[in-house]
Design a protein around this ligand. Structure first.
Ligand SMILES: [Zn+2]
Length: 254
């Protein structure tokens, strides 16, 4: 089980930048299934959905915010804090997670544990107040399949074992590694910082209602301004627009 970010699965750049969600408008988490039986798995499946969603449907990127495969791997789709193209009428008000597979039949323990940990992570970013629904609650569709829907509506319990803990640990380890990077070298506009840590920080700023611009991993003027505003709002951080480790911790720890 691992966390696979957009860089690792080889996501294409969005056709148009993903629209940031406005935190206070976000109401829920929507669970989907791909509805494909015996289809491709893992990163191949994720890339093929992206191809279909972008090239055939003409969307800006893969439809979902998050995807989970049968082995319990979590894939960053559009990622957190941006509008998806998964649930008509609700994309600006929810984040979506898609199980890669067929939700009409029992889904593996590893996959339900991973779906639950994505739901918990999304909840954590919006203060734990979101509803969790299946796609069928919001549209005329059988998605996410009877089995997965029943699991969801009967409490979304994770089988005994520490599979969900493993998922969390990999996400935490991933953020920890980025934090170490920031600790060694703060992110800033004047330093022309680029890369994954910048992108993740931009996403979190968006998710928390700031406006750092497109999460493109480039530390520009809007990102610096959003960081300053965030620092000012915290009250105890120097509002210098630089992400040092204290700012990083405030951004990810709260
Ligand atoms: Zn769906």
């Amino acid at each position: 089980m691992k966390f696979v970010d957009r860089v690792k699965w080889g996501a294409r750049p969005p056709a148009h930048s993903f629209r940031p969600l406005v935190s206070k408008r976000v109401q829920g988490v929507v669970v989907h299934h791909s509805g494909v039986r015996n289809g491709p798995s893992g990163a191949d499946a994720v890339r093929s959905f992206e191809r279909y969603h972008m090239d055939t449907r003409g969307w800006d990127g893969i439809a979902y915010n998050w995807l989970v495969d049968a082995s319990g791997n979590i894939y960053e789709g559009r990622g957190g804090g941006v509008s998806a193209a998964a649930t008509k009428g609700w994309n600006a008000k929810s984040e979506s997670v898609c199980f890669i597979g067929w939700g009409f039949e029992p889904v593996s323990d590893a996959a339900v544990a991973a779906i639950k940990s994505v739901i918990d992570d999304v909840q954590g970013r919006y203060g734990g107040k979101l509803w969790v629904k299946g796609h069928r609650d919001l549209a005329a569709t059988t998605c996410p399949g009877d089995w997965l829907y029943d699991w969801l509506t009967s409490g979304a319990e994770v089988p005994v074992g520490d599979s969900s803990k493993i998922d969390y640990e990999s996400i935490v380890a991933y953020l920890r590694a980025l934090e170490d990077e920031v600790r060694g070298k703060p992110l800033s506009r004047w330093r022309r910082s680029r890369g994954e840590a910048v992108r993740v920080a931009q996403r979190h700023l968006s998710a928390r209602g700031y406006a750092p611009g497109v999460a493109d991993g480039i530390y520009g003027k809007r990102t610096a301004a959003a960081v300053s505003k965030f620092q000012t709002d915290q009250g105890w951080l120097k509002a210098n627009g630089v992400i040092d480790w204290q700012t990083w911790s405030a951004l990810f720890g709260a």
